[in-house]
Design a protein around this ligand. Structure first.
Ligand code: ING
Length: 287
């Protein structure tokens, strides 16, 4: 599979630069097919992985073991659960030993089930159910790692829940079209709206973020790119500079998490979760 060859080559470059953990985009094994109004069930089924690792992704896991560099990989998952086939937009986390550590299923599935007048076709809700695994955090060599996919990154809940679940590092994969027919007034803000919620998410939740985008033309559609590594200070520590296959790396100082917590976000000391709900109740309903 050409995609797997490209991913292995990228993983080798990352490992050569000393990376101990890598992240690939959302739906990294296939095209971002929700841009198409597909009705042929056999064609649709061809985009999903029914096992992970499968015959192709095992090659990537083997490379991880050889290079001692784990990775997170976005793919379309089809799984039999509760006596029926369910489809999720999934990200797997694989360890330095090439073994699956765990998976995350995208919680916020954007778009619609069928094309809507005046909007860019984005049919993720036809092809995927919302995730049913919450916001899990996994141990990767003693570091607590959370996962998120594309639209998730725009929602404060994603970052807050991952933070409250103990994440120190969050790996994100995304596919974001440059052009949106429904909102020409926001067109010049596409990259800003990509980085804004991730920088805020990193800062407010004192996590490191590594976010990996598809970029450039895919089946005629321009994808945004803008892959980045963001510090818990909210600062972009590394930023992709092209729309081609590109590796960016950064040695994440995990002590910066505690520093940022000390400066402002000492949750145990200052946060008042038990009071927040009561305050809005006292205020009463808005008429
Ligand atoms: N992509 C898009 C994103 O949030 C999208 C979806 C874009 C929905 C713009 C609505 C408007 O970047 C994915 N893959 O979630």
């Amino acid at each position: 599979m050409e995609a797997v060859d490209r991913l292995i080559h990228l993983l080798e470059q990352a490992a050569a630069r000393g990376a101990e953990l890598a992240v690939f985009p959302e739906m990294a094994l296939t095209t971002f097919f929700p841009r198409w109004n597909l009705n042929d069930d056999a064609e649709i089924a061809g985009y999903y992985e029914s096992q992970f690792p499968g015959p192709q992704t095992q090659l990537l896991c083997d490379a991880a073991r050889k290079l001692k560099t784990g990775f997170a990989l976005g793919y379309s998952e089809s799984v039999e659960e509760g006596g029926r086939v369910r489809r999720f937009n999934t990200m797997a986390l694989v360890g330095q030993d090439g073994e699956l550590i765990g998976r995350y299923r995208k919680m916020h599935i954007p778009g619609s089930e069928s094309p809507e007048e005046g909007t860019t076709v984005h049919l993720e809700r036809r092809y995927f159910e919302p995730g049913n695994l919450g916001f899990p955090v996994f141990a990767y060599r003693g570091v607590r790692v959370g996962l998120a996919l594309c639209n998730d990154r725009r929602w404060p809940e994603t970052w807050r829940m991952l933070c409250l679940n103990g994440a120190q590092v969050v790996l994100v994969g995304y596919n974001t079209p440059v052009l949106l027919d429904e909102a020409p007034a926001l067109a010049h803000l596409r990259m800003f709206h990509n980085h804004l919620p991730m920088q805020a998410g990193a800062y407010q939740n004192t996590v490191w973020i590594a976010a990996s985008a598809k970029a450039g033309l895919e089946e005629g559609q321009a994808l945004l790119g803008g892959s980045c590594i963001i510090a818990p200070s909210g600062e972009i520590a590394s930023l992709a500079s092209s729309v081609g296959d590109e590796v960016i790396t950064h040695r994440a100082d995990l002590d910066l998490i505690a520093t940022c917590q000390r400066v402002n976000f000492d949750f145990a000391r200052y946060r008042r979760p038990s009071e927040y709900a009561l305050i809005s109740e006292r205020a009463g309903p808005l008429e």
